[in-house]
Design a protein around this ligand. Structure first.
Ligand SMILES: [Zn+2]
Length: 355
């Protein structure tokens, strides 16, 4: 597990439950109780809950998806030619500012790019890096990050499920739209992601760029047992797909919570969450208690208006508050993080860059 990781109690409990459910579903009947989930390399049986996005932002639904690509996709896989195999796994640095131990190491891996298309992958990775660093506080903290690219050579160009659900492609990472039956949910084979990311000098966050013009992506932001903190997938040639990496990186770096709710999701009655951008306190209580983002209350906020406390956050309609009406942690209608989230991200950069 990465030393940078620290999850909120609610998140940790959620992952433990999901992992337990995954294990239980594979336990033979009559077998002893399953052992705790080991912090070990991924296995075929594992599932992960992923965040799902539409062009307007993250959606209130986190399906459990398998770590591996479905059989109909893996069955199509053929070995690379010797020349292709030689090019497979090549590493380049896109942005290098310091030692991996004192930087946040972001790794781009391409999927659905043939041996002849690796230059396209490099251009696409640069474009996504530009999308991320157009937004604060990433923009003013590029000196805290290294960016690596790992070439993954696919036998076929494009990815499964594009343009239609029946399309199956033989690609290095097994990316596929229509994951869990949802057109825009772009899953990948995490075992393969893991093996390519391991080629880079270090990997804190992995972005899988799938060679496609169709909007889509996914966020694997509650990973355990991998040497990185999070993975986001996104399509290469859709103008808005870079926002998926922007949002997912914020979960990993800033330990930020989602500021949306599922609608009809009832009232949160648990303890004050650890996440810096959601709270059980309304503005008055926060000011009285000197809690959470009380120092920002009433200040101009880059995400719009002034920082306050708006009910509905952390997947609950009631009982949890967010700092602004909207922000990149709620939807993509405003392309800014609010004040508390920016502060959380800046603190996160400090954690990654401490020697
Ligand atoms: Zn999210």
């Amino acid at each position: 597990m990465s030393p940078h990781r620290r999850k909120s109690a609610a998140t940790a409990a959620g992952s433990a439950l999901a992992a337990a459910a995954a294990l239980l579903s594979f336990a033979p009947s009559g077998a002893a109780a399953p052992a705790p989930v080991p912090d070990s390399p991924p296995s075929a049986e594992r599932t992960h809950d992923v965040e799902h996005f539409t062009p307007s932002g993250p959606r209130g639904y986190r399906p459990d998806v398998p770590a591996r690509a479905p059989k109909r996709i893996s069955d199509r896989h053929r070995p690379l030619s010797p020349a292709e195999a030689k090019a497979d796994g090549a590493v380049s640095s896109l942005h290098r500012t310091g030692s991996t131990t004192e930087r946040l190491d972001l790794v781009f891996v391409g999927d659905g790019y043939t041996a002849d298309q690796q230059e396209d992958f490099h251009k696409d990775a640069e474009a996504k890096w530009a999308d991320v660093t157009a937004i604060e506080p990433y923009k003013s903290h590029t000196d805290k990050m290294n960016v690596w690219t790992v070439d993954a050579v696919s036998n076929e160009s494009g990815v499964s499920g594009d343009p239609t659900q029946d399309v199956v492609k033989d690609t290095a990472l097994g990316s596929y739209f229509w994951c869990d039956g949802m057109e825009r949910l772009l899953c990948a084979d995490l075992n393969k992601v893991n093996s390519y990311a391991a080629q880079a000098p270090a990997a804190d966050i992995v972005v899988v760029v799938s060679n496609s013009g169709k909007y889509g992506g996914a966020g694997y932001n509650r990973l355990t047992g991998y040497p990185f903190d999070g993975v986001s997938t996104l399509s290469s040639d859709h103008a808005d797909s870079g926002l998926i990496a922007v949002h997912e990186m914020a979960h990993s770096i800033g330990r930020l919570a989602d500021e949306y709710d599922y609608g009809q999701s009832g009232e949160y009655t648990g303890p004050e969450p650890e996440d810096v951008n959601i709270s059980t306190y309304d503005a008055d209580e926060m000011a009285q208690n000197g809690a959470k983002w009380h120092t920002w209350l009433g200040k101009d906020d880059p995400a719009g208006g002034t920082t306050g406390a708006f009910e509905g956050a952390g997947y609950y309609e009631k009982g949890l508050y967010r700092p602004t009406e909207t922000s990149l942690m709620r939807d993509f209608s405003v392309r800014e993080f609010n004040n508390p989230s920016r502060e959380g991200l800046i603190d996160g950069f400090e954690r990654y860059t401490q020697p």
